[in-house]
Design a protein around this ligand. Structure first.
Ligand SMILES: CCC/C=C/C(=O)SCCNC(=O)CCNC(=O)[C@H](O)C(C)(C)COP(=O)([O-])OP(=O)([O-])OC[C@H]1O[C@@H](n2cnc3c(N)ncnc32)[C@H](O)[C@@H]1OP(=O)([O-])[O-]
Ligand SMILES: NC(=O)C1=CN([C@@H]2O[C@H](COP(=O)(O)OP(=O)(O)OC[C@H]3O[C@@H](n4cnc5c(N)ncnc54)[C@H](OP(=O)(O)O)[C@@H]3O)[C@@H](O)[C@H]2O)C=CC1
Length: 274
C-alpha cells in the first residue's frame, strides 16, 4: 500500500512549489508542538515562505533540530519550552517569543495529546491530561497571544488543530473528541468576538495523519483496516496539512474566520449508499 501518495491521491507538494516564496514575509509565527509531526512541517514551511518562526513544547530535544531547520532557511527561530496546560508557563512563552522575534502575528495551536482507551478505563487524570492539553492549552495560548494582538492593533491569525474525531464522536476517543469539539467552538467564538480587532480564528481538522504521535496514541502501527474508511485509500502525511495552514496564515484568508477545514482524504464522507 503506497503511503506517500497514490496514482489518484498523489503526495501534497512542498509549500515552496505551491506558494509565492515571500507569501509570509514579515509574519512572526508561534507554533506549539512545532518540534514534531504536523507542527514541524508547518514551522519549516512558514519559514521557507518568509516568516520568522517560534516553536514551543515540553521537550527541548524536539525543538532544537527544528530551530536549526528554520534558521537554515535564512529566517529567525526561537525555541522555548512550555507546558500549555499551565497558564503561567504560557505567559512566559509568549513573553520570550515576543522579546526574541517581535509581536506574534500568527498563532498555530498545534500541541496535542491523545491515547485510545475504552472510556470506562479512562481515569480522571487521563481525561485531564488530554483535555488539558487540547482545550485548556488552546484557550490559554489564544488568550495570551490574543491579548497582545489586540494591544498591538494590527490583527492576526489564530489557527487551531482540531480533529475529525470530534465531528460524529469516535469510540475510544472520549477525551480527545470532546476536547477537539471544544477547540472548534472556541475558534468560532473568538472569530466572532475578536473580528473587531482584525483577528481571525479558524480550525484545521486533520484526518488520520501518519506521525509518531498518532502511532503512540494507538499503541503502535496504524491498523490497515482503518483504510477501509478513507476514500483516498491512503493515510495522510504531515505535508497534507500544510497548505491549509499556509492559506489561513496568509492574506489569501483575509475574509475567512470561524471556518473549519478538514484534511482527511474523505474520511468523514459516507462509504455506504444509505
Ligand atoms: C483521529 C485521530 C485524532 C487525534 C489524534 C492525535 O491527537 S495524534 C497526536 C498524539 N500525540 C500525543 O499524544 C503526544 C503527547 N502525548 C503525551 O504526552 C502522553 O501520551 C499523554 C497524553 C498521556 C500526556 O502525558 P503526561 O506525561 O502529561 O501524562 P502521564 O503519562 O502522567 O499520564 C496521565 C494520565 O493518563 C493516563 N494514560 C496515559 N496513557 C494511557 C493509555 N494509553 N491508556 C489509559 N490511560 C493512559 C495515565 O495512566 C495517567 O493517569 P493516572 O494513571 O494518573 O490516573
Ligand atoms: N496525526 C493525526 O492523525 C492527527 C493529529 N491531530 C492533531 O494534530 C496536532 C499534531 O499532531 P501530530 O503531529 O500527529 O502529533 P505529535 O505527537 O507529533 O505532536 C504533538 C506535539 O504537541 C507537543 N505537546 C504535547 N503535549 C504538550 C503540552 N502539554 N505542552 C506543550 N506541548 C505539548 C509535543 O511535543 P513535546 O512532547 O515536546 O511536548 C508534540 O510536538 C495535534 O493537535 C493533534 O491532536 C488531529 C487529528 C489527527
Amino acid at each position: 500500500m503506497a503511503r506517500e501518495g497514490t496514482e489518484h491521491w498523489p503526495a501534497t507538494p512542498p509549500a515552496t512549489a505551491l506558494f509565492a516564496d515571500d507569501l509570509l514575509d514579515g509574519e512572526v509565527a508561534l507554533i506549539t508542538g512545532g518540534g514534531t509531526g504536523i507542527g514541524e512541517e508547518i514551522a519549516v514551511a512558514y519559514a521557507e515562505l518568509g516568516a520568522d518562526v517560534a516553536i514551543a513544547s515540553r521537550n527541548m530535544d524536539h525543538l532544537e533540530p527544528v530551530a536549526e531547520r528554520i534558521e537554515a532557511t535564512g529566517q529567525s527561530a526561537c525555541a522555548t519550552t512550555v507546558d500549555v496546560r499551565e497558564m503561567d508557563r504560557v505567559e512566559e512563552m509568549v513573553e520570550t517569543v515576543t522579546d526574541e522575534l517581535g509581536d506574534i502575528t500568527v498563532l498555530v495551536n498545534n500541541a496535542g495529546a491523545n491515547f485510545v482507551t475504552p472510556t470506562e478505563s479512562l481515569s480522571a487524570n487521563g481525561w485531564r491530561s488530554v483535555v488539558g492539553t487540547i482545550l485548556d492549552g488552546t484557550a490559554y495560548c489564544s488568550m495570551a497571544v490574543g491579548e497582545r494582538m489586540i494591544e498591538h492593533g494590527e490583527g492576526g491569525s489564530i489557527i487551531s488543530m482540531g480533529a475529525t474525531n470530534s465531528v460524529n464522536g469516535a469510540p475510544y476517543h472520549a477525551h480527545s473528541g470532546a476536547g477537539k469539539a471544544g477547540v472548534h467552538n472556541l475558534m468560532q467564538t473568538l472569530g466572532a468576538e475578536w473580528a473587531k480587532f482584525g483577528i481571525r480564528a479558524n480550525t484545521i481538522a486533520p484526518g488520520i495523519i501518519e506521525t509518531e504521535g498518532i502511532a503512540g496514541a494507538v499503541g503502535g502501527e496504524l491498523p490497515e483496516m482503518l483504510l477501509e474508511e478513507i476514500h483516498a485509500d491512503r493515510f495522510g502525511q504531515p505535508a497534507d496539512c500544510v497548505p491549509l495552514a499556509v492559506f489561513l496564515a496568509s492574506p489569501a484568508a483575509n475574509y475567512v474566520t470561524g471556518a473549519y477545514y478538514s484534511a482527511d482524504g474523505g474520511h468523514l464522507l459516507p462509504n455506504v449508499p444509505f
